[in-house]
Design a protein around this ligand. Structure first.
Ligand SMILES: [Zn+2]
Ligand SMILES: [Zn+2]
Length: 146
């Protein structure tokens, strides 16, 4: 699935932000545009460095604030990663990720194995499992070529 589902269109973004009391600023639009770019699951720092090229006076704190606003109105999610870095994703439906231990690149995985996991992982007695958080770790294709 790509982000070309309509939510990505600027008019729609303005509408979604408007409905939660947020507003569309040049900075927010730049942060959103970076998230839509080719870089999958960038960290806040990576977004900051990318957006800075366009808006040199933007601060990391402002980037964080705008990311928070996008998350609050459901346009993006914060991706929990094992390395503790805050990464962001425009894909908000339930899915897993693979993460390269060398370059940090994260790629989407479909949660196809969830049913198998449910049967394999034994939860403590009385513990009700609501969902799993799976991260597949290794070395990406690009890093493997080096
Ligand atoms: Zn890699
Ligand atoms: Zn993702």
């Amino acid at each position: 699935m790509t982000n070309e589902d309509g939510i990505g269109r600027p008019a729609m973004l303005r509408e979604r932000l408007g409905s939660v009391g947020g507003h569309m600023t040049r900075r927010r639009a730049a942060v959103y545009r970076f998230l839509r770019g080719a870089w999958p699951h960038p960290t806040a720092e990576e977004i900051y460095l990318g957006v800075k090229e366009e808006l040199p006076r933007i601060s990391l704190a402002t980037v964080y604030k705008n990311l928070e606003a996008l998350v609050n109105c459901g346009l993006a999610v914060k991706v929990p990663a094992g390395d503790g870095a805050a990464r962001y994703d425009l894909r908000t439906d339930h899915h897993y990720h693979s993460r390269c231990l060398q370059c940090g690149t994260m790629i989407d995985l479909e949660p196809a194995a969830e049913e198998i996991l449910r049967n394999m992982v034994k939860a403590p007695s009385g513990f009700e499992v609501s969902h799993y958080r799976v991260e597949v770790l290794g070395c990406c294709e690009e890093c493997g070529k080096r």
